[in-house]
Design a protein around this ligand. Structure first.
Ligand code: AMP
Ligand code: MG
Length: 486
């Protein structure tokens, strides 16, 4: 079959790495695949013909039944710290079919999640259920629209097979697209179980793929620095929109700086620093407020795995360089977060008391259980819809201090409004909306989801049709929980 007509232009440079870093895969065919959703806009940027997305040939690709020319399907080996415990992992239910060469010159991984058993499946079935794959589709596409680096979702196809979870569920495969799926855990795997040559090959590959400007004797230190910077920026962005990843294990942190592995993630509704959505995170390790800290912890594990590559210099010196970068990460993360928060409040410049102004707002939001997104949206339009806040005297006093601070900017009301509109989304993928969309989808009605996806596509539009989607869940809604590995 000639897939180049549909626009597939695959290579697989990962297969050129030492064979100890992956397992080659064969197709794991499913009997009666059916397309559920496909992303035309993303297809275009990949150089795929959007008109071919629902063709029988393309469905065979999305189902993992056939691979386009140039494909070299493989499962990547990796390890990782899961909730602090080091474990051998690897792609247990995903295969990398190849790297698409896009018309604008990018190289993007095309991965099928839920495509069957691999040598790394352990006791798992290698499959995924429809609900969680659609959930990843919705949240990842929404993250992209919010301007946050992320893996993307190209398609979800039903496999036609049932899989056993808490109950029998329809099996599905998500085709996801990412700059790469190289994780902190990929380095941990190579450092612990493979030779220094293999580790070096992985590091050189990563530099070439993600940081082609890095060169010279300090290249691995520089790899660490650039990775740390990207994580600082990524996690600041998460914090600013109230995103909780949920499982920031080292195997779920991509070196590219993209958000990957959407499992038990969720957005804050009411502002709660200790929010955790994962059913298995009883200790709150991956709570909203801990994400910057955990990012640093994961980066420290990355630094350790790079250490064998730094043996050309005195150990003390190498350690000092890595530690300095970690400190830089902490500072940069905070700085980017603070700048972002100021902008959410319409502030273009920095003043000494801004930190206090921000902290006090967050404390008030917490005290009054105010909705995170809607509070900032209300401030943007000076229309306080948060009833708890609007009835509070201390909030009035905060408002007047904020307004005085805004005056010091010397900007027009229009400039401030434009800044705030572009930093405070009207809509986020709220849990109750996702649940409603998934519930309908599981009944075979995909319209609710399609409408939700359309609404989330331009979160800073603040349009009239977004209005109904801005509502927080009713107060009676029980705390939201999501589950991993489903
Ligand atoms: P995650 O929690 O999705 O980051 O996955 C952690 C590890 O479990 C990874 O190695 C996954 O490949 C593996 N895994 C998750 N679900 C399955 C499954 N259904 N079958 C096999 N492996 C799985
Ligand atoms: Mg994972």
């Amino acid at each position: 079959m000639n897939y180049s007509k549909s626009g597939w232009k695959l290579q697989n440079s990962y297969a050129g790495l030492p064979k100890t870093l992956y397992a080659p895969m064969e197709a794991n065919p499913v009997a009666s695949p059916k397309l559920v959703i496909a992303n035309k806009e993303l297809a275009k940027t990949l150089g795929l013909d959007p008109g071919q997305l629902d063709s029988p040939e393309t469905l065979q690709v999305f189902a993992g039944n056939r691979f386009p020319e140039g494909s070299f399907p493989l499962a990547q080996a990796y390890a990782g710290h899961q909730f602090g415990q080091f474990t051998m992992l690897g792609d247990g239910r995903a295969i990398l079919i190849g790297e698409q060469q896009t018309p604008d010159g990018r190289i993007l991984d095309i991965q099928l999640k839920g495509a069957g058993i691999t040598p790394f499946s352990r006791s798992g079935d290698g499959r995924a259920a429809l609900g969680p794959m659609l959930r990843e589709y919705i949240v990842s596409e929404s993250m992209h629209a919010l301007g946050i680096p992320t893996s993307r979702s190209l398609a979800v196809a039903l496999t036609g097979e049932k899989i056993q979870r808490y109950a029998a569920e329809p099996g599905a495969i998500l085709t996801r697209v990412a700059s790469s799926h190289i994780r902190v855990g990929t380095f941990q795997f190579a450092a612990k179980y493979r030779s220094t040559e293999d580790l070096k090959a992985l590091a050189d590959f990563t530099i070439n793929r993600h940081f082609p400007d890095i060169d010279g004797p300090d290249r691995y230190i520089e790899l660490f620095r650039q990775t740390a910077r990207r994580q600082a920026s990524l996690i600041a962005k998460w914090q600013l929109v109230g995103f909780v990843h949920g499982v920031m294990n080292t195997d779920n942190m991509a070196i590219s700086g993209e958000t990957i592995d959407y499992g038990p993630c969720a957005f804050l509704d009411r502002y709660e620093e200790s929010a955790v959505f994962s059913s298995i995170d009883a200790g709150g390790r991956y709570a909203y407020r801990n994400q910057p800290l955990i990012g640093g912890w994961n980066l420290a594990r990355f630094a350790e795995s790079l250490f064998p590559l730094l043996d050309d210099r005195p150990e003390k010196e190498a350690l000092a360089s890595l530690q300095e970068i970690l400190q830089e990460y902490v500072k940069l993360q905070k700085q980017l977060y603070m700048t972002g928060m100021r902008e959410k409040l319409g502030l273009f410049t920095e003043m000494p008391d801004d930190g206090q102004l921000i902290d006090e707002l967050l404390e008030l939001m917490h005290e009054h259980q105010a909705d995170y997104t809607n509070t900032f949206r209300s401030l943007t339009f000076e229309d306080i819809e948060e009833p708890q806040l609007s009835n509070s005297g201390s909030f009035d006093s905060w408002l007047s201090r904020w307004k005085t601070r805004l005056q010091q900017e010397g900007r027009t009301a229009e400039e401030i409004l434009d800044l705030m509109k572009s930093r405070n989304p009207a809509v986020i993928p709220r849990n109750h909306r996702i649940e409603a969309a998934l519930e309908a989808a599981l009944q075979g009605d995909y319209e609710v989801m399609e409408k939700l996806l359309a609404i989330l596509q331009d979160p800073y539009a603040h349009s009239k049709e977004q209005q109904p989607y801005t509502a927080a869940p009713p107060p009676s809604t029980p705390p939201y929980q999501t589950y991993c590995g489903t």
